[in-house]
Design a protein around this ligand. Structure first.
Ligand SMILES: C[S@@+](CC[C@H](N)C(=O)[O-])C[C@H]1O[C@@H](n2cnc3c(N)ncnc32)[C@H](O)[C@@H]1O
Length: 217
């Protein structure tokens, strides 16, 4: 048994075995890198593909579109799914719209140009999504969880990305810069809330920048 195995080497090894074959996904990732757009990491993408393959959702809600990179990953790996994706930063909305025109079957995606807080309050539906991918303002997750739960069907899966916030979340609040303490506190509250919730089965994974996976009972 090798002790103290270097996690970065393990990650590099895993990713050396994982290759993307979709040219449009490769192109969008390159654009994101060149333009400093935050997108899901490769290991998160692989995990998302796995869940899509197992779950085969009909209806997906994504909170945090950016340029529609993760939307494209979901679209290409679950062709029958209808994706509703939310973005409120005008520049990103414009880029996402252009990418949707270029790369998507138009009837399979709806980009909603709105703050997720407003969308979640306005949408009075219930039980209409099989998969929710949460990748937006981390400090808001705790405020959105009740509305998200209402929108989830039985057995629907909620995946929240970046739950470790570059490792900060596992640190004591006293080691966090004052300006970041609110997000630290709120993310901890979110994680406590989804792990304690009797209506959810939640699992936390050290994938990418941390992922939580919650299944609605
Ligand atoms: C990490 S990026 C999303 C990346 C995208 N999921 C991907 O991997 O391709 C987060 C995005 O969420 C958007 N966002 C943050 N808060 C939001 C809110 N309250 N409502 C809608 N969009 C929001 C940001 O403008 C940003 O583009």
């Amino acid at each position: 048994m090798i002790e103290n195995i270097d996690e970065i080497r393990v990650q590099d090894f895993i990713m050396s075995l994982s290759s993307e074959t979709d040219d449009d996904i490769i192109k969008l990732k390159q654009y994101a890198i060149e333009n400093d757009v935050p997108i899901i990491r490769d290991e998160t993408k692989d995990f998302l593909k796995l869940i899509l393959n197992i779950k085969k959702p009909n209806d997906i809600l994504e909170i945090g579109t950016a340029i529609a990179y993760s939307s494209l990953v979901m679209h290409r790996n679950c062709k029958s799914a209808k994706i509703v994706t939310l973005e409120d930063f005008p520049r990103r909305v414009k880029e996402a719209r252009e990418n949707i025109e270029k790369y998507f079957d138009r009837d399979k995606i709806e980009l909603i140009d709105k703050d997720a807080s407003i969308y979640l309050k306005e949408n009075k539906d219930s039980e209409c999504f099989d998969l929710v991918f949460l990748d937006a303002a981390k400090g808001q997750y705790i405020n959105w969880i009740d509305d998200i739960k209402r929108l989830m069907r039985k057995d629907a899966i909620l995946i929240a990305d970046n739950i470790f916030k570059d490792g900060e979340i596992i640190e004591s609040k006293f080691l966090i810069k004052k300006r970041d303490r609110t997000i630290h506190k709120r993310m901890r509250e979110f994680l406590k809330s989804i792990t304690d919730d009797k209506e959810l089965n939640t699992y936390i994974f050290n994938i990418g920048d941390g992922i939580s996976v919650s299944i609605k009972k």
